[in-house]
Design a protein around this ligand. Structure first.
Ligand code: D6N
Length: 472
């Protein structure tokens, strides 16, 4: 039976449809876990809200815009500083958070005046910044504040500023995935095509679905520079607001995270005829394949081969050093969705690591199709997993390392299983050739860390003190 009802789920048997164990000789197309559906009551979901998907994942990465969150203060604080996406302008977007700080009386009497005042205050405080995102949140959307009308008024009074409104309150979807969608479509509807870029190369791309986590975008940028490819816009790692307004001028859309940003790539194709090319940027094999495809599109294959050869010469020996030591390591990946399919085969091919369990918070059917196709037999594939399920899965598959977020990471550490931050990374970047060596290093350091044995030792008992001597 390929769908699995875990013991901890005996009171919520509907969970069976969300957990799949890949078995030999099955037509896996018949067994996709249900996904992108409302969380089942009774399960403690790890998901984020739709607002968070728009703000924390995509909009908040843009480096030169004020992020005005129209709602209670917590919506601002809780989507600030929990991810690391640096920028080359002093990390302006990570330093500050702005909120209209809605209180009960504003909810009763309406928050539009307060929003207008807050927008003006923010621009006055930071006169060098002329761009802004405004987000609605659950309460301000429920009371019907017309944020677009407010933004229009401010833009009429201040002709040098530009404001983009994201109307995507937390309750508007089953997970943060909805926020990705709303922001993608809003941006292409309202902002793309409103700025003309300066074209400096015969080869132009948009790089879509990469958020400069610990410098990913900046590392890949060194490749595009060496290949002579101009990136019109990065959606949205280290991105400038106005660059994203000129996305309509690229010759090719290169998509890394198809989940969060496939929508805008599809719209750019429909409206402007720009082709979409999906690549994986994590892993040696995948990165080389991606560079080959992009170079083939422009007819600059030689340049691509030269770059790949240089990078392999520099980094492959280091990767192999780690591969030698990580071979046979059992890994679990519990992140948002796409990293499951980006990573399962790359760690297997490049590092000899076996992925034994994968859980996606908000992946859709297409994400599960990809991950099950790329993943191994005997591996669990879980949609919207909860903590009790994680503990049971750990007992079943006994992973040596888990790539997940800090919250679940802290839990698994108590079981003396090392975790590596699969969202914001431990010491990234992880994309590209150098990046995958960083990932291997962090995995090696986690798995072989001697502190793990010490942490598992209780020095209060006589038996344990022997153990500690042995460990020492
Ligand atoms: Fe894509 S689906 S945007 S790759 Fe996305 Fe990206 Fe994945 C995700 S940077 Fe994952 Fe998230 Fe991040 S869960 S924040 S690691 V966390 N929405």
């Amino acid at each position: 039976m390929p769908m699995v009802l875990l013991k901890c789920d005996k009171d919520i048997p509907e969970r069976e449809k969300h957990i799949y164990l890949k078995a030999p000789d099955e037509d896996t197309r018949e067994y996709l876990p249900i996904s992108n559906a409302a969380t089942i009551p009774g399960t403690l979901s790890e998901r984020g809200c739709a607002f968070c998907g728009a703000k924390l994942v995509i909009g908040g990465v843009v480096k030169d815009a004020i992020q005005m969150i129209h709602g209670p203060i917590g919506c601002a604080y809780d989507t600030w500083h929990t991810k690391r996406y640096p920028s080359d302008n002093g990390h302006f977007q990570m330093k500050y958070v702005w909120s209209t700080d809605m209180k009960e009386s504003h909810i009763v009497f309406g928050g539009e005046k307060r929003l207008e005042k807050s927008i003006n205050e923010a621009f006055d405080e930071m006169p060098e910044i002329k761009r802004m995102f405004v987000y609605t949140t659950c309460p301000t959307a429920l009371i019907g504040d017309d944020v677009k009308a407010v933004a229009k008024r401010v833009m009429a009074e201040r002709p040098d500023v530009d404001i983009f409104c994201v109307e995507c309150p937390g309750f508007s979807g089953v997970s943060q995935s909805k926020g990705h969608h709303v922001l993608n479509i809003g941006w292409v509807n309202e902002k793309v095509g409103t700025v003309e870029p300066e074209i400096t190369s015969p080869y132009t791309i948009n790089f879509i679905g990469d958020y400069n986590i610990q410098g990913d975008t900046q590392l890949l940028q060194t490749y595009w520079d060496r290949l002579g490819i101009q990136v019109i816009a990065h959606f949205t790692g280290n991105a400038a607001y106005d660059d994203l307004r000129s996305m309509h001028r690229a010759q090719l859309n290169v998509v890394n995270c198809a989940r969060s940003a496939g929508y805008i790539a599809n719209e750019l194709k429909k409206r402007y005829g720009i082709p979409r090319l999906d690549i994986d940027s994590w892993g040696f094999n995948y990165m080389a394949e991606g560079i080959r495809k992009i170079c083939a599109f422009f007819g600059i294959e030689d340049k691509g081969e030269a770059l790949i050869a240089e990078e392999y010469a520099k980094w492959k020996p280091q990767l192999d050093w780690y591969k030698e030591r990580l071979k046979g390591t059992k890994m679990a990946i519990w992140t948002g969705g796409p990293r499951l399919w980006h990573w399962t085969k790359s760690v297997e091919d490049d590092l000899g690591v076996q992925v034994v369990a994968m859980s996606s918070k908000f992946g859709h059917q297409e994400d599960f199709e990809k991950v099950i196709a790329r993943g191994q037999e005997g591996t669990y594939y879980i949609d919207d997993g909860n903590e009790l399920e994680f503990f049971e899965i750990i007992d079943l598959v006994k992973p040596d390392v888990i790539f997940t977020g800090p919250r679940v990471g802290e839990l698994v550490k108590k079981l003396h299983i090392p975790y590596v931050n699969g969202h914001a990374y431990h010491n990234g970047p992880y994309m590209g050739f150098e990046g995958f060596v960083n990932l291997a290093r962090d995995m090696y350091n986690a798995v072989y860390n001697p502190l793990r044995q010490l942490a598992a030792t209780d020095i209060r008992g006589a038996a344990s003190s022997t153990a500690i001597k042995e460990a020492a």
